[in-house]
Design a protein around this ligand. Structure first.
Ligand code: CTP
Length: 226
């Protein structure tokens, strides 16, 4: 039934971390592997959708005729690519662990060691999910992730509202075997009214099936109202 439905749609998916350059040999990054985002891209593509996959620096390959992969390094580059493609997409699934801050100055030379403390000034990066949430049309869906370490559901709901998302996938770092580098994950899916799905611990590829099912259900509902 739901699983057999072919998706004649185009989705933007962001995945992986972003790296924010400090100097020619250093950057600010995080532990995101990109596995969850790539699994969602693969799942959407295997259901017939076209996918624009905007990937941060990850050690993953993907090979599906429906997937166009665009590699980026920084949050600013990811933001630019997302804005370029979003208007031609039916939806966006924001899985990337985007760095919230970037160095104000990128040193052209390697910063040398000193014996004194070193202060690095950071500026806020653009919030890509919130930017797409702010410009989305009635026929577009924006789905975000919330990575939390405490008061999880409340914080996820707050993010959904502030960023004007249709769904948010809560990834709790309190759950063992869930999170960035593992092959498994355990998620909850929330809409503006609260939790609509709880997965239990599963392979990320199986979680991707659950997430895509909920995206399709939500889209069908939104379009029925339009
Ligand atoms: N996100 C984004 N651009 C950013 C930061 C986050 O698009 N600059 C997206 C993520 O891809 C995710 C959602 O926003 O879909 C929530 O990301 P998360 O890191 O949990 O939240 P933040 O908004 O960064 O808040 P905080 O780090 O304070 O929890």
């Amino acid at each position: 039934m739901l699983k057999k439905k072919r998706l004649n749609k185009t989705y933007l998916v962001t995945a992986g971390p972003t790296h924010e350059k400090i100097d020619p040999v250093r950057y600010i990054g995080n532990y995101s592997s990109g596995k969850m985002g790539f699994a969602i891209a693969e799942q959407l593509a295997s259901r017939g959708a076209k996918v624009i996959l905007i990937a941060g620096p990850v050690a993953l390959t993907i090979n599906h005729p429906n997937i166009t992969r665009i590699d980026v390094i920084s949050a600013a580059e990811m933001y630019d690519q997302c804005l370029l493609y979003f208007s031609n997409c039916n939806g966006a699934v924001m899985v990337a662990a985007v760095a919230d801050f970037a160095p104000v100055v990128i040193n052209s030379q390697k910063i040398k060691r000193t014996t004194e403390n070193f202060i690095l000034e950071l500026k806020a990066n653009p919030d890509i999910a919130a930017s797409l949430g702010a410009i989305k049309r009635k026929d577009q869906i924006v789905v975000g992730f919330a990575l939390e370490t405490s008061s999880d559901e409340e914080k996820a709901l707050a993010k959904l509202r502030v960023k004007n998302l249709d769904l948010i996938i809560l990834n709790s770092l309190n759950d063992k075997d869930s999170g960035f580098v593992t092959d498994t994950n355990s998620i909850k899916i929330l809409n503006s009214e609260g939790v609509i799905f709880t997965s239990g611990l599963k392979l990320k590829t199986d979680i991707a099936v659950d997430i895509v099912n909920k995206i399709i259900e939500t889209e069908d509902f939104i379009l029925s109202l339009a």
